[in-house]
Design a protein around this ligand. Structure first.
Ligand SMILES: Nc1nc2c(c(=O)[nH]1)N[C@@H](CN(C=O)c1ccc(C(=O)N[C@@H](CCC(=O)O)C(=O)O)cc1)CN2
Length: 282
């Protein structure tokens, strides 16, 4: 049986010798580097690296040899089995195209996540979740129940050992406290090419403005609505013949593809938050 693969990520203040130090301890353990990307940001002075390795050392042995290097360079680092899917909770409101796409991609084995639950403020997609043998959690949200609804979401995160919360057209603004609790592990798909057209009805804003391109943006969720670090974006060309409703339809494909790419890169530990932006090593 071939040796298991592991993903190593690290970030630290940039200086000479980081790659040499990491590769040296891996070679000492007969580990092969199958993939490696790094980036040094001259503006922030930060260095980011991701490597996929395989060889005789198991996770504990790898962790043991990497710890001294991490100490020496003051790294924030991580180590994961490369084949381990990320446990995800998908939140949805009234539109199910992103949820349906994620459930299909996971079932087809083309998304490195394990959807352990679907949560919604509506009952609309209970049957879709059941059809994919995924537990469904109805969490109604009103002004009065918002705090208890958010507490229930965090309960699910704990109960199911969730590593990633996906807002797959979940149309509730999360509180600052919830955003802090989910910092760096909640991804939203916004149905516009940010920073244009923030808010709940971007396609109608886009139609009113007369744009020729529509788009979608996957970003980490922060207290500032639609301002989180961007992971992925894409666009589609439209023209004067598109009314807002047609834009909504054309935008669905862009939203599903952008969200799937962003989730894949995050779940493969390729995305690093770098101030108000991201570094995506792929
Ligand atoms: N703290 C954050 N919460 C959420 C974000 C975010 O970036 N930070 N993204 C949204 C998704 N979203 C746009 O992509 C969005 C969702 C909802 C609204 C909004 O104004 N909602 C109204 C209610 C609308 C309704 O019930 O249909 C509201 O909450 O008062 C704007 C943008 C997800 N959450």
């Amino acid at each position: 049986m071939s040796d298991p693969s592991y993903v190593i990520t690290a970030q630290c203040e940039d200086r000479p010798g980081i790659v040499h130090a990491l590769s040296s301890v891996l070679v000492d353990r007969d580990m092969n580097i199958d993939e490696c990307q790094q980036f040094g940001d001259p503006l922030t002075g930060r260095f980011f690296i991701r490597a996929r390795v395989h060889g005789p050392a198991d996770q504990d042995a790898l962790s043991e040899c990497l710890e001294p290097v991490a100490e020496r360079f003051g790294m924030t680092w991580g180590l994961w089995p490369a084949a381990q899917p990320m446990r995800a909770l998908v939140m949805v409101s009234g539109l199910g195209h992103c949820l349906s796409d994620l459930l299909y991609r996971q079932q087809a084995g083309s998304l490195p996540i394990d959807i352990v639950g679907v949560g919604s403020n509506h009952l609309t997609f209970a049957a879709m979740a059941a059809a994919h043998d995924v537990p469904f959690h109805h969490i109604p949200v009103t002004v009065e129940t918002k705090a208890s609804a958010e507490a229930r979401l965090l309960e699910l995160v704990d109960e199911y050992d969730v590593e990633l919360v996906v807002l797959a057209r979940y149309m509730q603004v999360l509180s600052d406290d919830l955003c802090r609790a989910l910092a760096g592990r909640a991804i939203n798909i916004h149905h516009s090419f940010l920073p244009s057209f923030k808010g709940a009805r971007p396609y109608h804003q886009a139609h009113a403005r007369g744009v020729k391109l529509i788009g979608a943006t996957a970003h980490y969720v922060t207290p500032d609505l639609d301002e989180g670090p961007i992971i992925e974006q894409d666009t589609a060309r439209i023209d004067h013949g598109y009314r807002a409703e047609a834009m909504v339809v054309a935008g669905r494909d862009v939203e599903t593809q952008v969200l799937a790419r962003a989730i894949t890169w995050h779940a493969e530990h390729r995305v690093f938050i770098n101030g108000s932006s991201t570094v995506v090593l792929r």
